[in-house]
Design a protein around this ligand. Structure first.
Ligand SMILES: NC(=O)c1ccc[n+]([C@@H]2O[C@H](COP(=O)([O-])OP(=O)(O)OC[C@H]3O[C@@H](n4cnc5c(N)ncnc54)[C@H](OP(=O)(O)O)[C@@H]3O)[C@@H](O)[C@H]2O)c1
Length: 337
């Protein structure tokens, strides 16, 4: 299977290369870069010297791609102008940006402040969370790879919501992300001196764009509106997300019973691990795993659902490979463990 990556010099693009070089069925055919066209991939990322030395080409080469699948690793608002042309040429697409994640142009505009320019594809795109949408992903030519926070939060809450155990309108999510979640382009906010030794919240309440995506997937899961108060934090680590979702229980149920529900829900899922102890970001670093756990808070009606992922693994490039595997009818774990 011939693969192209559009925008390979970002964090998600280069992480995809790391997964694909060990994928037994994938051959990296075309790597595009606007910022580094003409240079070798291994000159931009010397750890790949002797492994992937191919020359980076300008994104215009995607106009006639001789590949089976393109991973889009550029920012949102860019993919919507490129993806329709790729699909017309018969190429399958996994888009890591947010451009095809929302179900309607109206919702996209609400959260991203831009009118969608390929609205006709929003109904067709499969939301690439295999643990919920595996069937649709298998037949898809376009997969919208989920955001990092929504992946962690949806996987931590799905068992509780599916079993009707929580009030879907009163969920509070506190989450922490490593700095690579903000991408590789330099900015003052992600400058080492600003970040090192600091922890801060950002876009709290209902202002972070991922809030709409989390609510969309969880509402579809339970067939009624889910409302989330979301407070993300930036923490001084390179990668990793830890989320804690606080929910009001509708039944008297113990931690052991809750863990049993999680075990049953994720039995057979290759990349979700239920932990009796609490998840750590270090345990999922560089992997496509999502570690989840849950606790009932003694003497209250509150439960806390936890998840840890690598934002560049299950939160982006690992999950993108899992989706590619499903789209092409392969074992979904190929290249991932
Ligand atoms: N980072 C995450 O944890 C994460 C998780 C889930 C989804 N996503 C989404 O995936 C998409 C790509 O994210 P990303 O984190 O890979 O973005 P990024 O690191 O900021 O890279 C985005 C693009 O910027 C260019 N670029 C990279 N480094 C640059 C530099 N130093 N100067 C100028 N241009 C540079 C690259 O394009 P060229 O090679 O063409 O120049 C790259 O494709 C985004 O839509 C993002 O929202 C990211």
């Amino acid at each position: 299977m011939k693969v192209a990556i559009w925008g390979v010099t970002g964090y998600t693009g280069s992480e995809l290369v790391r997964y694909l070089v060990r994928h037994p069925e994938a051959e990296i055919e075309l790597l595009t870069s606007e910022s580094s066209a003409g240079r070798k991939f291994s000159d931009v990322f010397p750890s790949f010297r002797g492994t992937i030395d191919i020359e980076l080409v300008h994104p215009s080469e995607l106009e006639s791609p001789e590949v089976d699948v393109v991973f889009c690793c550029r920012g949102h608002t860019e993919a919507m102008d490129v993806v329709p042309g790729l699909l017309e040429k018969g190429v399958k697409v996994v888009d890591l940006s947010a451009d095809f994640r929302m179900r309607s142009g109206k919702e996209y505009e609400r959260w991203y402040g831009v009118k969608h320019r390929a609205e006709e594809l929003l109904g067709e795109a499969a939301y690439g969370l295999p643990e919920v949408y595996r069937g649709k992903i298998k037949g898809a030519r376009l997969v919208a790879n989920p955001g990092c926070y929504p992946t962690a939060v949806a996987l931590s809450l799905a068992p509780l919501l599916e079993e009707g155990l929580v009030d879907p309108e009163g969920i509070v999510v506190d989450a922490k992300s490593g700095v690579s979640g903000a991408g590789r382009r330099p900015s003052l906010k992600t400058h080492f001196v600003e970040v090192y030794g600091d922890v801060c919240p950002y876009n709290p309440g209902r202002s972070h764009r991922h809030t709409g995506e989390m609510e969309q997937v969880l509402s579809e899961l339970v067939g009624r509106p889910v409302r989330i108060t979301f407070v993300p934090h930036l923490i001084p680590v390179d990668r990793g997300i830890l989320s804690a979702a606080y929910v009001k229980l509708t039944e008297d149920i113990s931690t052991d019973e809750l863990l049993g529900i999680y075990e049953k829900r994720y039995a057979g899922e290759p990349f979700v691990r239920v932990r009796e102890d609490l998840p750590h970001t270090k345990d999922v670093w560089g992997t496509n795993f999502c570690d989840v756990s849950v606790r009932r808070v003694e003497g209250t009606e509150v439960a806390v659902a936890f998840a840890a992922i690598d934002n560049l693994g299950k939160g982006a490039s690992g999950q993108a490979v899992q989706n590619m595997n499903l789209m092409f009818g392969m074992d979904e774990t190929l290249g991932l463990r």
